[in-house]
Design a protein around this ligand. Structure first.
Ligand code: SAH
Length: 342
C-alpha cells in the first residue's frame, strides 16, 4: 500500500483526481496531516465516511515505532525508530536557541565507507522513500509535541545517492500549506558525489548545501573517504564553484578534526589555499569517537589552533557545538549497537 506521506500537495491532488475524487479533498487531507497532526483517516471529520474508508483502504498512514529513545542533558533526543516496512533507523532532535532541528536519515545503512563513521558499519540495504523521511519529522513532532523548525539531512546515508526521494521529501516538507519548513531552514549534506552537485545546482532551491570535506589534500582524503578516489578534490572544487556561480549561495564545508590525521596547522594552511576564492565557510566538527574505528578526537588546544589559523587566513569558520555527547550521539552508533545485539 502506498504511504499517504509520499506525496507533495500537487502529487496528492493528482492521486485523488485519478481515484475520481475532487482536488480540494486532497487539500483537506494534506491539511489534516501537516497542520492538525491528524493521521487517522477516520478522524478527518470533514470527509464523508465513504471517503475515509476508501482512503484507509488505498493509503497507509502508519508512522514509525520508537524502539529506543535517549535523552541527553542538553535536551538532544536520539531516536531509534522501526520503519513500518521493517528496518531500524536513527533520527536526532537538537534544541537550539533559534528552534528545533531534526537530523534525518536518508538510507538504511550506507555504502560510502568513510573510515571514521559508524553509519557504514552496516552496509546499505536500501534507500529510504520520501515518505519514510517525512515520517521521521511527524513521529518526532508527535512524540514531543514540538514543531520541527529546521531539518538537516545528515543522518545515516548519503542523500545524493538517493537523490529523487530526498528532493521529493524536501518539496513535501516545504509546502506552505503543510509543514512549511523554509528552504533556508534545511541543509543537505553530501560526501561529494560530484555529478549530483551539478544537478542540485540546477534545481533552483534555497536549501543549504553542506559538503563533507574532512581533508586538506587528496592523500588524506583518499584515506578517509573512498568517494575521493572517484571524485577527487579538484573535481569537487569545480563542482562547488559551479554551484556557487549558479545559485549565488554560500556552501558549508564540514571538517572533522581527527587527532594526528588532519588537525595539524599546516593542514589548515593547505585547506585555506584550497578554498581561496570560494564563497564558503568551514564548519569544524569535534570528532565523536566511534570505538570500532580507531580515530580519536583532537584536543581543544589543537582545535583552537586550527581554527585560529583559518581565521588568520581569512577563511570563515565556526566550531560546531557538540550535542548529545553523553548519549550515543555519533552517527549510526545507536543502530549499530542495537543490530548487533543477540
Ligand atoms: N553522507 C552525508 C551525510 C551524512 S553524514 C555526508 O557525508 O555528508 C553527516 C556528517 O557527519 C558528515 O559530515 C560526516 O562526515 C559526519 N560524521 C560522521 N561520523 C562522525 C563522527 N563520528 N563524529 C563527527 N562527525 C561525524
Amino acid at each position: 500500500m502506498n504511504s499517504i506521506y509520499a506525496m507533495t500537495n500537487k502529487q496528492m491532488q493528482d492521486a485523488f483526481l485519478e481515484m475520481g475524487e475532487k482536488k480540494y479533498r486532497a487539500n483537506q487531507v494534506f491539511e489534516w496531516i501537516y497542520t492538525k497532526n491528524v493521521y487517522d483517516f477516520h478522524q478527518m471529520t470533514n470527509l464523508s465516511k465513504d471517503l475515509q474508508k476508501k482512503l484507509s483502504e488505498t493509503f497507509s498512514s502508519e508512522l514509525l515505532t520508537i524502539k529506543e529513545k535517549q535523552v541527553s542533558k542538553d535536551g538532544t533526543i536520539k531516536y531509534l525508530f522501526e520503519l513500518p516496512a521493517g528496518g531500524l533507523i536513527e533520527t536526532v532532535l537538537m534544541i537550539h536557541p533559534y528552534g528545533t532541528s531534526l537530523c534525518v536519515t536518508s538510507q538504511l545503512g550506507c555504502n560510502m565507507g568513510c573510515a571514521f563513521c559508524a553509519s557504514g558499519l552496516l552496509k546499505k540495504q536500501r534507500n529510504l522513500t520520501s515518505a519514510e523521511m517525512v515520517m521521521q519529522i511527524l513521529s518526532v513532532q508527535q512524540d514531543t509535541g514540538q514543531r520541527i523548525s529546521h531539518v538537516v539531512v545528515m543522518g545515516t546515508g548519503e542523500p545524493f545517492d538517493n537523490y529523487d526521494e530526498v528532493l521529493n521529501f524536501i518539496y513535501t516538507i516545504n509546502e506552505p500549506k503543510g509543514l512549511a519548513i523554509g528552504a533556508r531552514h534545511m541543509t543537505v549534506s553530501t560526501c561529494g558525489i560530484v555529478p549530483r552537485i551539478y544537478d542540485y545546482a540546477k534545481e533552483g532551491l534555497q536549501v543549504n548545501l553542506a559538503i563533507s570535506l574532512h581533508a586538506p589534500n587528496d592523500e588524506i582524503r583518499n584515506e578517509l573517504m573512498p568517494i575521493n578516489k572517484t571524485y577527487n578534490m579538484d573535481m569537487l572544487r569545480q563542482a562547488i564553484k559551479d554551484y556557487i556561480d549558479q545559485t549565488n549561495r554560500r556552501v558549508t564545508l564540514e571538517y572533522i578534526l581527527l587527532k594526528d590525521v588532519n588537525d595539524d596547522v599546516k593542514y589548515a594552511r593547505q585547506l585555506a589555499h584550497y578554498l581561496r576564492g570560494l564563497n564558503v565557510y568551514v564548519n569544524l566538527i569535534p570528532y565523536n569517537a566511534v570505538n570500532e574505528k580507531g580515530y580519536a578526537k583532537s584536543s581543544d588546544e589543537t582545535i583552537q589552533a586550527f581554527k585560529d589559523e583559518l581565521l588568520r587566513l581569512r577563511i570563515n569558520c565556526t566550531l560546531r557545538k557538540e550535542h548529545g555527547s553523553d548519549i550515543d550521539g555519533a552517527c549510526g552508533q545507536l543502530r549499530a549497537k542495537q543490530e548487533r545485539r543477540p
